[in-house]
Design a protein around this ligand. Structure first.
Ligand SMILES: C[S@@+](CC[C@H](N)C(=O)[O-])C[C@H]1O[C@@H](n2cnc3c(N)ncnc32)[C@H](O)[C@@H]1O
Length: 239
């Protein structure tokens, strides 16, 4: 794979596992669900989106079908190889500097819960660095009690079961979470570090980089639209 695994992240199951423990084959199979609808309802029609951590294009492809232009970024070349119809950029999000700005920057998949606060700041600074003055950032955060209501499972109508197997304290307010995805013909697991954030802590993390919440987009408050707290402000960001 040629990329260093992220500490505390690992995965099992068929095929390539990304540095953060995701299985490429799994993300090629998972349905998009309601996520493209949430995004489409929150941003201007036809906007140019910068999607950070796009994976295999699970959400990218439906967004392209809805008429958005997408620049899709991931640190896994094997994930990007599955993306069709978007410009792809192979890079860690933390290091990304495309020298241009976008109407919408997406940081989904709970990446804002990075265990290391410095990494979280770097991810959010990348969002700000690429944000047009009147643009918005869409962030997907964890729901409340996601780390305490464990184990739990959901049977997806597409024919697989997602199980949150455990969430164990790993020190400094971080949990080591293990999820399992069981299909009739294959099972994948992912273990990852996640730092739970209360609403106040989440909004504080946005404020650190000059962002403010415009709206919580879903009833469970997991999807958030944010914008620059001071329009035209820029963040002087060491990478
Ligand atoms: C859980 S998968 C989700 C993929 C996609 N967003 C989706 O919902 O289907 C997370 C993806 O983010 C990528 N990723 C995680 N951390 C990253 C980072 N710091 N820089 C670049 N890519 C990252 C992984 O390689 C993986 O493809």
């Amino acid at each position: 794979m040629g990329t260093i695994r992220r500490a505390g992240h690992r995965g099992t199951g068929p095929g390539t596992i990304t540095p953060d423990g995701c299985a490429v084959e799994l993300y090629t199979r998972l349905p998009a669900g309601t996520e493209p609808d949430v995004v489409a309802a929150a941003v201007p029609a036809g906007a140019h989106l910068l999607e950070l951590g796009c994976g295999a294009g699970r959400v990218t492809h439906p967004l392209l079908e809805r008429g958005f232009t997408v620049t899709a970024v991931d640190e896994s070349r094997e994930m990007l190889d599955r993306v069709r119809g978007a410009r792809t950029v192979h890079s860690p999000i933390e290091d990304l500097d495309l020298g241009t700005t976008f109407d919408v920057v997406m940081l989904a998949s709970f990446l804002v819960h990075a265990s290391d606060a410095a990494v979280r700041r770097a991810l959010l600074r990348t969002c700000v660095r690429h944000l047009a003055a009147t643009g918005c950032v869409l962030i997907q955060r964890e729901g409340e009690a996601w780390h305490t209501h464990v184990p739990r499972e959901r049977v997806d109508p597409a024919g697989f079961t997602v199980r949150i197997v455990s969430a164990e304290p790993a020190g400094d307010g971080v949990n080591s979470v293990t999820a399992a995805y069981e299909f009739p013909d294959a099972t994948w697991t992912q273990t990852f570090l996640s730092r739970p954030l209360t609403r106040e802590q989440f909004e504080g993390a946005l404020a650190e980089v000059g962002l403010k919440v415009d709206a919580y987009l879903t009833a469970d408050r997991t999807w958030v639209r944010a914008s620059l707290a001071v329009q035209g402000a820029s963040v002087k960001s060491p990478l």
